[in-house]
Design a binder for this molecule. Sequence first.
Ligand code: AMP
Length: 398
Amino acid sequence: MKTLKDLGNLSGKRVLVRADFNVPLDGTTITDDGRIKAALPTLKALREQGAKVILMAHLGRPKGKVVPELSLAPVAARLGELLGTTVTLAKDTYGEDAQAKAAALNDGDVLLLENVRFNPEETSKDDAERAAYAQKIAALGDVFVSDGFGVVHRAQGSDYDVAKDLPAAAGYLVEKEVTALSKATTNPERPLTVVLGGSKVSDKLGVIKNLLAKADRLVIGGGMVFTFLKAMGYEVGKSLLEEDQIDTVKGYIETAKKNNVEIVLPTDIVAADTFAADSPYEVVAADAIPADKMGLDIGPDSQKLFHDKIVDSKTVVWNGPMGVFEFPNFAAGTKAVAQGLVDATAKGAFTIVGGGDSASAVRHLGFDEKGFSHISTGGGASLELLEGKTLPGLAVLD
Ligand code: AMP
């Protein structure tokens, strides 16, 4: 994979950068600017070299239409604050306004093109349509830097097709993400423990399958654990369950035994009456969930078990919350796992928080990001790397 240094001196060059600025918004207020901050090393390096920076990004799912609420204006403002400069926002992605503003850039200036997903071509399944669109964007720049790790698993106009039209390389964020995730999966220091949670087991089948050949230990929590408990023959009450995955999960449990991979499941569960923040709840044994209750978190014994298994590791990869952490009464399991990673890091382990919900859980629960070796910015992309897949947005940079 080509990286920034392969592009040579970029002084005076127009550098198109795909970034991941898909931040959570409350109205026009950015509630978590982690992804904007993650783009800063590349942007600072480009400005220091005297490049003219032209940024592309998406926000939300406007589905090929201009949706004013999904304008990148709040991102331009926040990025400007973080960089200490004015970030100009173009009214379109490749139209007259983008062209005029790109032409007016001085060395070190930063222009943000409007939400690429306002254009239906960006995510078109028609390769020719996407390619023609990408050429119009590519005409704005001299070189392309791919730094939107959150989108590299998708072959879309602004991360994949543009890379074919210009000299292209990975930015520092993409380079850092790929290095961290490969360090964990290719020749990791052992034991390698992978902690998986989140709502659905069906989202993570590929990851589990791939890791059954690589990890020493799989620790399972979150909504997906109930399909495992059911596969073990336990009743799970009203908990989240994917009936159609029970057989697959049984197969995984068998493979794990064969491969000597330890599967760690919770021994107790916080079981609630309803899916609500203020629902009454009790702690029950994992093999005795009452028929009228739903498991919303792992119980206190499991929290300690999971924590200890994590601390007893040299490499840890975590993806997915252990419970409904958005409700404070059901956040303790996710906190215990996050604390496990922090304690493992302090003992010299290499620890990765997979993107998406686990990364936001870590921030939401007030953990210092420095306590982890790496917090990924891309949920889907990091999962696909863990699955061992080839990611189109990375392959195109080879
Ligand atoms: P995912 O998008 O697959 O990473 O799943 C994240 C979501 O899973 C979070 O919003 C959690 O609230 C939810 N979740 C975690 N544990 C449970 C559970 N036991 N029951 C229902 N939802 C859960």
